[in-house]
Design a protein around this ligand. Sequence first.
Ligand code: FNR
Length: 380
Amino acid sequence: MRAASVSDYRELARRRLPNIFFEYIDGGSYAEVTLRRNVEDLEAIALRQRVMRDMTQLDMSVQTLGQTLKMPVGLAPVGMAGMYGRRGETQAIRAATAAGVPFCLSTVGVCSIEEVAATGTPPWFQLYMLKDRGYMRELLARAKAAGCPVLVFTVDLPLPGSRYRDIRSGFTGSTPLKAAMTQALDGITHPGWTWDVFVNGRPHTLGSVQAAVKEGRRVTDFLAWIARNFDRSVTWKDIDWVRENWEGPIVVKGVLDVEDARDVVRAGAQGLVVSNHGGRQLDGVRSSISVLPAIADAVGGDLDVFMDGGVRSGLDVLKALALGAKACFVGRAWAWALGAGGQPAIERMLDTLRAELAVAMTLTGCNNARDAGRTLLDNG
Ligand code: FNR
């Protein structure tokens, strides 16, 4: 099958990836209500068609945090991407760079900050608050030394949401990781998929888990590891701590409430991502797109507001822009493409988003992504 749309990459990834990884990428928490809302609420928004305007000069670029993005899209941090394609994070950043958009490396990536930066483009770096502040300081120093321009500080995962699919697939829960991984290796169909070692950290990232697996030691599962090492005591004051250790722009990811958004401004961050972690954390919360307008109205003048969750096409990108986002991020879209066909597939997926955005801008009469506003929508 030749992939024509983001959902086609999902289907290809489903066929090619070991089941535990496909389910891990695809799934959400609990009954997946929020995961569905993210997609359905975007679908339900109607664009307003306008015709007979000279649309020969389309400008999709946006300026944010000292950078120009060729289109208002970024690759969201996705943990363990190196499991979905060989050296997956380096494949993804190469595709992102070719498209002129940012790639954000997860704290729990397979490839190290240094390996990703060695592609020639330092990634944005995503930070989770771990209990071990010494290790965090080390990570921030490494991100700075590698030239990472932006720090994305994810605040909606003080503990992991319960993801039933991961329990059923054996990714987490009672089955030791080793058994699940062994099963995954047997079922492998992705050419070049290897059991890479998580190198981003010692001794507090998955590197230590995998080392233990290699040595045949029994390990607990990934999400149990998160539950042990992530810091639930975090408050807005901890942003001061982050700032003391990071001079560049900070984007707080995982905001769904207007009051929290105001706290992000007070904490002195330069951006926020309206996000429910792709419906993987607190199930039952509203979709990102439905809370975006109120947050953009409240704080859009003070910092850059981004959104993620449910973005599956260039049409969705324009809807997010119309409702106040500076740019939006895609998570599953690129993880599926990586699993489906590595860097070339991510490049084609980004081309698809660009082409769809071009049509959406042209037929809503929007010449310039920076001018996208609510007049692009048809509210009936
Ligand atoms: C994520 N997400 C995520 N976020 C983060 O800050 N750090 C991380 O390590 C991860 N890991 C991760 C793994 C996988 C497999 C997925 C699907 C998601 C959340 C991600 O950055 C983003 O918020 C959502 O993916 C956006 O929703 P969509 O685009 O997947 O619908």
